[in-house]
Design a protein around this ligand. Sequence first.
Ligand code: UDP
Ligand code: MG
Length: 309
Amino acid sequence: MPCYNEDDALDHFWATITPHLDALGVQWDIVFVNDGSSDATLLKLVQLHRADHRAKVVDLTRNFGKEAAMTAGLDHASGDMVVVMDVDLQDPPELLVKMVELWRQGYDVVVARRVSRLDDTQLKRVSAGNFYRVFNRISPSKIPADVGDFRLMDKRVVAALRALPERVRFMKGLFAWVGYPTAVVDYERPVRQRGMTKFNYWRLWNFALDGITSFSTLPLRIWSYLGLFVAFIAFIYGVIIIGRTLILGIDVPGYASLLAAILFLGGMQLVGLGIIGEYLGRIYSETKHRPIYLTGGLYGFAPDEGEQK
Ligand code: UDP
Ligand code: MG
């Protein structure tokens, strides 16, 4: 469970989730990842761990973002299956029974699909819908619409995810990329119970760019076709202009068309360069091979489970 500034939500989360987990009839523990919270989240988590050792804590050295926090959680999770959940109870624990049952039937992945987004504004719903549409149009690995990070995964799937080397971790895409037999359960997404959302529109926009550039090179290829198209039109226009000049002599006017062409092409070139820059920047950060996250402290892990500090 990734946690970023969730001190309001944690006690309520723990009290709500434990009866559900006990009812599953499995041996369980929860790996909380403190994603560099600036409030009392770490304190709360350590208290939970002291009171009940089934609460384990991975403390990251700063805020690395939800994707990195989930990666840290998966890296430190043991067990035959792992569930990724938010701590704001927007991922209803009631679904776990059904999910575990489907896993027992042999599905390696059980995803939860939102049939409603009560908590989301109209703008967020529309932009999310458009994002899924664009992403699935241009990416070879498709992500099902309205499926969030809330999912159950067999340990085989977790091992596959751990083996993926990339630093920019667009988890929705990676989850889809690894594949495996997948079952879907539908649910009504409730409103956040405590605290506030950590994602504003600017962060979501950058998240969407990460997703698209991680899974598709179509935005790069567009420029080859656009370039070819413009060159073709320019050639035709050149033939016409030269022919006309040869036949009718020099025609001086043309300021408007000249300026329009220069400005239009200049703008297009800048956009093209910008898109190449987006990919270049990402290649640059991948090539540095920095770790995805750093752990500052571990609570509840035996020395052979992850590095102990
Ligand atoms: N989260 C995180 N790091 C971040 C932002 C969010 O670990 O930088 C966690 C957060 O604590 C929560 C989950 O990711 O458990 C989902 O965040 P939130 O509920 O704010 O997202 P929303 O449901 O609004 O999309
Ligand atoms: Mg939430």
